[in-house]
Design a protein around this ligand. Structure first.
Ligand SMILES: [Zn+2]
Length: 383
């Protein structure tokens, strides 16, 4: 069974199988969950939050299967702060638990209807029970970004003393910005020295940026989901965080080549198509059309690409569309074996713009040939 390796600078904690599956209308069956866990393991994710054993039935069985699959990654189960939930996790054979409890006054009052003191006592009791069973413990602080500062510090100190190895700082409704997130993490590190795990939601499109900011501020555990799948607007996307870490000074050692396969599989199982422009895995992110960009990329791809498309199993393409310039048209016409002089090129460019406005997309090679044929008043000479 996998265990969390000690001493790494950064740990990627994937929660596609728990938070990701909580996205409205998404449901993975047992076999899909196991496949996703194996693909996550192949990418090198450090810890997989596999599900919620207390739900029983198929859900518990899936967690059990993943825990027994011989993965390199640590396998974690999500629990409420109750002995019963943790007992269900123990029965699944996981090596780690996430013990989650709301920490904001809003949640404590309107959801649980109890006091801060009750939340604290329940969590500490649950942590002690999990510790007795030799589990690695993360304490999830739901809605931490809206919690009372003094209570948060008291809570972190108490659960750490009880045996929690880290606390999960949840921006549950995604309200933070990167600067605020970094300041919050720095403060918690300074005041408590407890390991911080960041859990960022994407309601304002900040999840990846907030996760990276937290990492820069000292949070070593980064929660992600594949394709950013998760509650409402989702979570920080695994593929974005992993690729950013790889291309910043934070060396990691995750296998980015496996991302495309993982993301496509999850998209299929979740019935949530990946947009063409999705960072890292969108099929069109290395397509270049506009005149200046296409010309630049043909001279040196680094001018307009942050990394080689082959790193993530994608291809660079010069696409012919409304914004295509001379360099791209010349490149494409050579590729298609069309010999065009300056005058012919200009009339083909006009024909292409007209056609693109009709079909509202980039043109296929056959369409370009046809436009060239029409523009020249005859079939072009093939060379
Ligand atoms: Zn969440």
């Amino acid at each position: 069974m996998g265990k969390l390796l000690p001493g790494k600078a950064v740990y990627v904690v994937d929660t596609t199988l728990r938070d990701g599956e909580q996205a409205a209308g998404v449901a993975f069956d047992k076999a899909e969950k196991l496949t996703i866990a194996r693909l996550l393991d192949a990418v090198g994710v450090d810890q997989i939050e596999a599900g919620t054993p207390a739900m029983g039935g198929e859900e518990a069985e899936a967690v059990r299967m993943i825990a027994a699959a011989g993965l390199k990654a640590s396998v974690m189960a999500w629990c409420r702060a109750t002995v019963d939930d943790i007992a269900a996790a123990v029965a699944c054979g996981v090596d780690a638990v996430e013990i989650s409890s709301p920490v904001s006054d809003l949640h404590i009052r309107d959801k649980l209807g109890v006091s801060q003191a009750v939340v604290l006592v329940n969590t500490v009791t649950a942590v002690a029970y999990a510790r007795k069973h030799g589990l690695y413990i993360s304490v999830g602080m739901e809605d931490a970004s809206r919690a009372d500062d003094a209570f948060l510090l008291e809570y972190i100190r108490a659960v750490t003393a009880a045996g929690a190895r880290r606390v999960r700082y949840c921006d549950t409704v995604g309200i933070l910005d990167p600067l605020t997130m970094a300041a919050r993490v720095e403060r918690l590190r300074r005041e408590t020295w407890t390991e911080i795990e960041v859990h960022a939601h994407n309601d304002f499109g900040m999840a990846t940026a907030n996760t990276v900011a937290a990492c820069r501020a000292g949070a070593r555990f980064l929660d992600v989901t594949v394709n950013g799948l998760g509650e409402r607007a989702g979570n920080a996307a695994l593929e974005e965080v992993v690729m950013f870490l790889r291309h910043s000074e934070t060396a990691t050692g995750y296998d980015q080549q496996g991302l495309q396969r993982l993301c496509q599989y999850v998209a299929g199982a979740a019935r949530r198509e990946i947009p063409a422009w999705k960072p890292v895995v969108g099929q069109a992110i290395f397509h270049h059309e506009s005149g200046i960009h296409a010309d630049g990329v043909l001279k040196n791809p680094a001018l307009y690409e942050p990394y080689d498309p082959a790193e993530v199993g994608l291809e660079r393409r010069i696409v012919i569309g409304k914004h295509s310039g001379k360099a791209a048209l010349l490149h494409k016409s050579r590729e298609l074996g069309l010999q065009l002089d300056e005058e012919a090129l200009a009339s083909v460019a006009t024909g292409i713009k007209r056609t693109v406005l009709k079909v509202k997309r980039a043109l296929t090679d056959d369409e370009i040939r046809e436009v060239a044929g029409t523009a020249l008043g005859k079939m072009p000479v093939c060379g």
